[in-house]
Design a protein around this ligand. Structure first.
Ligand code: TTP
Length: 410
């Protein structure tokens, strides 16, 4: 069976982290989101078809032409927006067999695909999708069911409970005819959920399988922190491959990869993951649910908690980084501090595509892009974003979002 992985989206809600790369390449717990997708569909497919468009060269270079000995074929989504158009792009690679189609920006576990295939096999349905029960479907598509069959999928029905559509589908090649007849949605996209509704209207049978495991749709920056926490809490093995100097304290589970040195006086409380060739300490404090990538430098008198620090980034002197995401190749000047809590204790709102969205989190720090430099004593307010390639001069108080490629001085 072939597995189509949809990875052509622009990831606008994840700016500035997607300023220069597809969102599926963002690393959570030091591994790209798409690698988790590949890992979990691997046993069920014999070929991966990846639908690309935005920043496609970067993704193709990153993934290469095979994964675990199984070939990867790339197709470009040339025409139109939306998941239906993305799936349609792969038409010439699908022959008579059924195939799996999976959003490339979600996290799920293998069990989900197994249950989906089992439900499909024992049914006589024409398509199948995976669902999970949520108490609040405000952000999801709601799958209405009757017995073994799906009745309809309704986009974002509000704060009601029910089954959410997880973005994991099994189709037969006949789906392409229905995609051809799918109208554009109100937001100007061709949505696979509309295609499924059309199939049902025309008498096709669509079944579903209920998934009980963890799932996350990486749409907004704080979803990365949620997923990071989940992976570190549930999938981290204590393993020290680097060098830990005498006088450093490591409370398991902590994973430290080859070439990393943890200097004396550092205090690390797991779950924490640190990549290869990083320099940690002396005298820093790394608290639970922190992922630090390869070739990073976390220096003296630095405290980091519940954060993602991507490869080649530094917090070298006197920094506090809490509930934050720091992109690749970014340097925080001495004394750069992220604030992660409002004094009125309200949940933190973040501007996403021009509108303020409530993250639902009482604690959320900064979202800093790639190749950013901050000067000494920069203060960043909760939930603020700094665009990639920007330079924030000494003493600046970042109380508004900063676009990419700018110089900001106090
Ligand atoms: P979305 O998260 O709906 O879209 P996006 O990735 O462009 O992000 P944003 O809305 O923040 O700009 O996409 C869901 C999945 O479908 C994701 O894996 C990307 C993929 N996709 C495509 O492959 N082609 C498309 O045209 C769209 C809209 C999405």
């Amino acid at each position: 069976m072939k597995g189509i992985v949809l990875a052509a989206g622009k990831g606008e809600r994840l700016r500035p982290l997607t300023d220069d790369r597809p969102k599926v390449m963002l690393k959570v717990a030091n591994k790209a989101i798409i690698d988790y997708v590949f890992e979990n569909i691997y046993p069920f497919v014999d070929e991966f078809i990846v639908v690309v468009r935005y920043q496609k060269e970067k993704l193709m270079e990153y993934l290469g032409d095979e994964y675990g000995g199984k070939p990867i074929t790339y197709v470009e989504q040339v025409e139109g927006e939306g998941t239906a158009k993305a799936i349609y792009s792969a038409i010439e690679y699908i022959e008579n067999e059924e195939f799996l189609a999976v959003n490339g920006d979600i996290y799920f576990e293998r069990e989900g695909i197994k249950t989906l295939l089992q439900s499909f096999k024992k049914s006589s349905a024409d398509a199948a999708l995976l669902v999970k029960r949520f108490e609040d479907l405000s952000h999801f598509g709601m799958v209405e069911v009757e017995g073994e069959l799906v009745k309809s999928i309704r986009e974002k029905p509000g704060a009601v409970s029910g089954y959410a559509n997880l973005g994991i589908y099994l189709f037969k090649p006949e789906v392409f005819e229905f995609i051809e007849n799918t109208p554009q949605s109100q937001r100007g996209e061709y949505e696979i959920t509309d295609t499924i509704n059309l199939m049902i209207k025309e008498g096709k049978k669509v079944t579903y399988a209920v998934y009980e495991g963890y799932w996350n749709d990486i749409g907004r920056p704080w979803n990365l922190l949620e997923l990071n926490e989940y992976i570190l809490k549930n999938h981290l093995q204590h393993s020290i491959k680097g060098i830990v100097e005498e006088g450093a304290t490591i409370l398991p589970p902590v994973e430290i990869e080859e070439g990393t040195v943890v200097r004396s006086g550092s205090y690390i409380i797991g779950p924490v993951k640190i990549g290869k060739n990083s320099k940690i300490g002396p005298n820093c404090f790394i608290r639970p649910y922190t992922s630090i990538g390869d070739k990073c430098h976390i220096g003296n008198a630095v405290e980091i908690k519940n954060s993602i620090i991507m490869d080649h980034s530094n917090a070298p002197h006197l920094n506090y980084v809490g509930d934050s995401i720091v992109g690749e190749n970014t340097n925080l000047g001495a004394g750069t501090i992220t604030a992660n809590l409002r004094h009125d204790n309200k949940t933190i709102k973040v501007e996403i595509k021009g509108k303020f969205e409530d993250s639902g989190r009482r604690k959320l720090g900064a979202i800093i892009g790639h190749n950013v430099k901050t000067g000494i004593n920069v203060t960043i307010y909760p939930g603020r974003k700094i665009g990639s390639n920007s330079f924030i001069g000494p003493g600046v108080i970042v109380d508004k979002n900063i676009p990419p490629n700018v110089l900001v001085v106090a």
